[in-house]
Design a protein around this ligand. Structure first.
Ligand code: SAM
Length: 307
């Protein structure tokens, strides 16, 4: 059963204080202007998050070295990809084809490509997808890491050593809209109905204008026994998702009961033919500057398609 909600699209705006509202939009087409994920500040931030080995002569660390530094929260894109791989059925038929929805600059996609024969990876942000393609071509991407107030260090984005040329070429990056998966299949952008063995949605759901549209189309593209991993901090903001489309985080005006996103997600996934096979808390840090980070605890849930 597909749960449908009214479709109203909004362009994401600046939010959460983690981006500089004055950031330049990085050479993108008009309809994407105003999207926070097209700014230079976001691009720098996500290159830092996805390529923690990035460095310069001074050997910049992803976290300022100190006692109790949360090293466990580094490498989030790689860790969530590993969760998906760990949940795949252990038979010869797997793992062939993966899909990374909202791939940003590609860190998870390359991690998936160490195991999957082919990885399709798309994002709404042209500047993110361009950067991912440049990382695929092993270009030297230089970007700024904030240090203190107006000071930053320029570093080079670097792959892990085991992201070889062969691994990189297994990924197919493109721009696309997670709320139009069915359209993307029809246009030949996605591989087809019930073809993906593994699908990853990392910190995507609460950045979508219509999360339900995305969830409802998942069952069309995942093959039987295939696995979907959804990772999210359920961090709903009206800038990204109209309030009437939040999966939870509010009080039901009729019953006066608290509605939690986790339980809505379970209802939707089960009604779309998935069974829950995993749950795990996944910390990550996003650098604001050398001495200030966002510490986020996303929830990863794993879903096997049973119908
Ligand atoms: C919080 S970031 C997470 C990125 C990445 N998955 C990660 O874990 O680091 C949200 C991502 O979703 C992308 N995004 C937002 N709306 C989208 C849409 N409608 N379709 C595809 N990607 C979208 C953004 O461009 C951004 O890259």
């Amino acid at each position: 059963m597909n749960i449908v909600m009214k479709n109203v699209r909004e362009t994401p705006r600046e939010s959460e204080g983690q981006h500089d509202a004055t950031d330049a939009i990085t050479g993108t087409s008009d309809h994407r202007k105003g999207n926070v994920y097209e700014t230079t500040g976001s691009l720098n931030m996500y290159l830092g998050l996805h390529y923690p080995r990035s460095g310069n002569d001074k050997n910049m660390d992803p976290i300022f070295p100190h006692e109790h530094a949360p090293w466990h929260a580094v490498g989030f894109p790689q860790r969530v990809a590993q969760i998906l791989v760990s949940l795949l059925p252990k038979n010869e038929d797997f793992p062939k084809r993966a899909l990374d929805i909202g791939c940003a600059v590609g860190g998870s996609s390359f991690e998936l490509a160490k195991v999957f024969h082919r990885v399709d990876a798309f994002d709404f942000s042209e500047s993110f997808v361009n950067a991912a393609k440049r990382m695929q071509a092993n270009e030297m991407i230089r970007f700024n890491v904030p240090v203190e107030a107006e000071l930053s260090e320029e570093v080079t984005a670097m792959h892990d050593e085991d992201v070889t040329e062969e691994v990189r070429q297994r990924v197919h990056f493109f721009t696309g809209d997670a709320c139009s998966l069915q359209d993307m299949v029809e246009k030949g952008l996605l591989s087809g109905h019930e073809t993906y063995d593994g699908v990853l949605l990392a910190n995507l759901l609460c950045r979508l204008p219509d999360p339900m549209a995305c969830l409802n189309d998942l069952s069309q593209i995942v093959r039987k026994e295939g696995v979907v991993v959804i990772v999210t901090p359920y961090s709903w903001l009206c800038e990204f998702t109209p309030r009437e489309r939040w999966l939870g985080g509010f009080t039901d005006p009729h019953t006066n009961e608290s509605v939690y996103s986790k339980s809505t997600l379970q209802t939707v996934m089960e009604s779309d033919g998935f069974e829950k096979i995993h749950e795990e808390q996944v910390p990550l840090i996003i650098r604001e500057h050398q001495r200030k980070y966002q510490y986020i605890v996303s929830e990863a849930t794993g879903w096997r398609k049973v119908k």
